[in-house]
Design a protein around this ligand. Sequence first.
Ligand code: FEO
Ligand code: CA
Length: 613
Amino acid sequence: MTTRRSFIRYLGAGAAALATRLPALPVQRPALSFAGLAQGADERHHLPPGYEAQVLLRWGDVIIGQHDGPAIAIDDPALQLRSFGYNNDYVAFMPLPRGSASVEHGLLCVNHEYTNPAFMWPDVDPRRPGEAMSAARTAIELAAIGHSTVEVRREQGHWRVVNGRYNRRVSAASGVALAGPAAGHRRLRTGEDPGGRKVAGILNPCSGGKTPWGTVLIAEENFNFAFSGRCDDPRERRNHARYGVGHGGSYGWWARHLPRYDVAREPHEANRYGWVVELDPYDPHAIPRKRTALGRFKHEAATCVLDRSGRVVVYSGDDEIFEYLYRYVSHGRFSADNPPANRDLLDDGELHVARFHDDGTLDWLPLRHGHGPLTPANGFADQADVLIETRRAADLLGATRLDRPEDVETNPIDGSVYAVMTNNLARDTGATDAANPRARNRHGHILRLLPPGAPGSAVDHAAPTFHWEMFALAGDPARHARYPGALARESWFSAPDNCAFDRHGRLWIATDQGRAWRATGFADGLWACGENAAGDPVVKCFFRAPIGAEVCGPEFTADGSTLFLAVQHPGIDGLPGSRYKTPATRWPDFDPTLPPRPSVIAIRRTDGGPIGS
Ligand code: FEO
Ligand code: CA
C-alpha cells in the first residue's frame, strides 16, 4: 500500500523538503464513498453501485431543426451540420442564464475532434478508406468535426436536450476569424483568404477551457492530419516538418477534393491551424476567433485561471512526445464589472514555455520577439513568426522536452497546477530527468506545479518561477508506479489524459491508452483521488469505458450532482477487425442496425446526491 508518506519518501530528499511545505490534506472534504471498480474490458460501460448514466448526446442526434432517426450514413452534409458531431472530446457546462449559477439549465459546449470513416459508413474499408470517400462524404467529415453548442435542461433528475435558439454547430468549414499578433500576417494568407484573417473552420479540436467572462476555449490539436503533399518553399517545408504536416496525411482524400489541404498548392493553409479558438456560446451568431497570441502547436487544452493580480493565465500542453508545456499571461486585467474590457484579453499578452530543473524549480521562458535567440538571424522577423513557429522558438529557448504533455488543471481550493504526461515510449535511458524520470515511459505521470502563493488563496500564476513535484507515476504499483493514495482493488491506471477537479479540490483523471490497452488488458476509465472514511488518501476507479474508447470531458455541474463524460471512439482503438458492420461494441445503442456512436453521458447518483461522496 502506498501512503502519502511513503510516496513522499520515494520522491527523495529534495522533493520531500518541498513537500513539507504542503498543507495537510483538507480534512473536511467528504470521503470517496463509492466502491471502486476493478480493471476489465468489455463492450459496455461500468459505474459503481448507486450510480447511473444517461446517454444524452450521440453522434448524429439532430440538434437543430427536425429529422426522423439518427442522421448517420446519409450522404447529406447539410444534415450533419444540423447534428451532433463525431468523436466528442471537451465538454463544458455553461449555465443559463449567462452568469447564473444554474445547475439545472445550461449549454453543453462539446468539441468534435476528428472522424473515423470506417465507423461512419458501412462500405468504407479501414485499410483503404479513401476509396469510398467522395467529395460529399468529405464535406460530411468537415461538418462532423468542430464544436456543438446544445441547450440542456434537467427535470426530475434527468437531462433533456432542448432544440432551441442557442443550438449551434461550428465545423471544419465554418467562418472563423484570426485575431491577435499573427492575424493578417503574410504567412497566414492563402488563395481563399488573401487578407489572412478568415479561416475555414476548426481542425482537431481536442480539449479546451472556460474563461471567467463566459466564453469557451477550443484547443486545436492534431491539425497536421488534414494536410497532404509537399511544398516548394524551403522555409515552410521546414516549418511543416516540425509539426508533422504534409506528405501522405491521414486524410489524403481531403486534398483530392479540396485544394486547401494540399500543401503544394496552399503552403500557408496549415499555418492557420493549431491555435486556441475562443467562442461565445451565449451568442449563436458570434464569430469564433483564433487567439494567435497563445501560440501555435498541438494544444491539448487551454486551462484559464485568474492570477492574483487579475491577469488571465492560460496553461496548455503540446500533445506529442518530447513537446513542451506553455503558459500565456495577459497584459490586461479581468474586469467583472466591465465585460467589454475582457473581450480581447487573449490578444495582448505574452506566451511562455516551461523549463523544469531537477532541484524542483521551474522557469517560464518568454517567447518574445527580439529576446534571446528569437531574432531575425534565426528566421523570426516579428512576433507573428515566433507564434507561427512556436515549437521552433521553444526549441531555441531550451525548454524541457516532456513525456506527451496533455491536460493541465488548476486546483480550485489551493491554486496548485496539475500537468498530465500521457506516456513516451521513445525516451532513452540516458535521457531521463527529474520531470521525466522514466525511460520508455509506458504509463505516464502527473506533475504538480506550485506557483508562488500555492497552496493558498493569493496565487501568482504569472510569476517567472514556480516549484514543482511529482504527483503520480502511473502504471502497476508492483512495477515502480506511485500513487497519491492507496489503490482500491485491482485499479491502477495508465495513460492519464484529461482531468478535472470537483468542488472539493479532488482530482478526477481520465485515461487514453490508445491501442496500448491491449497490453494492459483493461479499458480506459475515470479515476478519483481523495480520501477514505478514515481520512487516508485513496485512488479509486469510478467509470470504465466500453472497449476501444477513451474518456474525455470530465465536467461537473457546480453542485457536483452531475458529471458529464465524453466517450470517444467506442469500439475502435486497438481493435483492427472492428468496423461499422462488425464492431467490437455497438455502444451506446446496442441496436444491430447501428454502429457504435461517440456520445456524451450524464452520470448521477441514483439518490440525486453529490457524486463521489
Ligand atoms: Fe486529442 Fe491529446 O488527445
Ligand atoms: Ca485528450
